[in-house]
Design a protein around this ligand. Structure first.
Ligand SMILES: C[S@@+](CC[C@H](N)C(=O)[O-])C[C@H]1O[C@@H](n2cnc3c(N)ncnc32)[C@H](O)[C@@H]1O
Length: 190
């Protein structure tokens, strides 16, 4: 685990909401599920230390625009240093549409999330999911992961119900066993 992730976890455990950064296997599965190769504008929410970011950047179509929104100032600074050509906005996913409008960023056709949904209450989950749904182009895809096991708990079932209320089509991938903890991906079409 990188020092940046550990420091952010100690400083703001309920914002980071994970004990370990996602693995390259989960990152690859997120990217391949997101139809990034054909997207003109791609947004990542909660990049953290950049576990998904490098894989997303490598998969972008020529000329496609990438934007990440990270709430932790330390992690936003560190991921900007790691990927100096990427646009990293220090801000909150609840302001997604404002950030895109104020920076003249085209509406994305792919939004990928590393956000810790399990530590968000119902109001915050719904507020961010509404922002994501409103920002995506028609037919655009939102991808996010869930840890296998906790997804059966009440909070996990509530999150899935929120996805199904907001998106017309919600699917999930097989479990990525190499990730710690094992996780799968929800992919949702607007
Ligand atoms: C579990 S870490 C995930 C990092 C990385 N994507 C991964 O999968 O390893 C969650 C990240 O989401 C960020 N975050 C939490 N709430 C956020 C919010 N409301 N808006 C933007 N980022 C947020 C945290 O600061 C943290 O970097």
């Amino acid at each position: 685990m990188s020092f940046g992730f550990f420091k952010a976890l100690i400083q703001a455990p309920t914002t980071v909401g994970a004990i370990w950064p996602s693995s390259p296997w989960l990152a690859k599965a997120m990217v391949s599920t997101s139809s990034i190769q054909s997207a003109l504008s791609v947004v990542e929410l909660g990049p953290g230390t950049g576990a998904f970011t490098g894989h997303i950047l490598e998969s972008l179509a020529p000329g496609a625009q990438f934007t990440a929104i990270e709430k932790s100032p330390d992690l936003a600074r560190s991921v900007s240093r790691k990927f100096p050509n990427a646009k990293i906005i220090e801000g909150c996913a609840t302001d997604l549409q404002n950030h895109l409008d104020s920076e003249n960023i085209p509406r994305p056709s792919a939004i990928l999330s590393g956000l810790p949904w399990a530590v968000f209450d119902q109001t915050l989950q719904c507020s961010i999911l509404d922002q994501i749904h409103g920002a995506l182009v028609e037919g655009g895809i939102f991808t996010t992961f869930a840890y296998y096991g906790p997804h059966r708990l009440r909070s996990g079932r509530r999150f899935r119900a929120n996805l199904e209320r907001i998106f017309k089509d919600v699917q999930r991938t097989p479990v990525v066993m190499q990730n710690f903890p094992p996780a799968f991906i929800y992919y949702c079409r607007r």
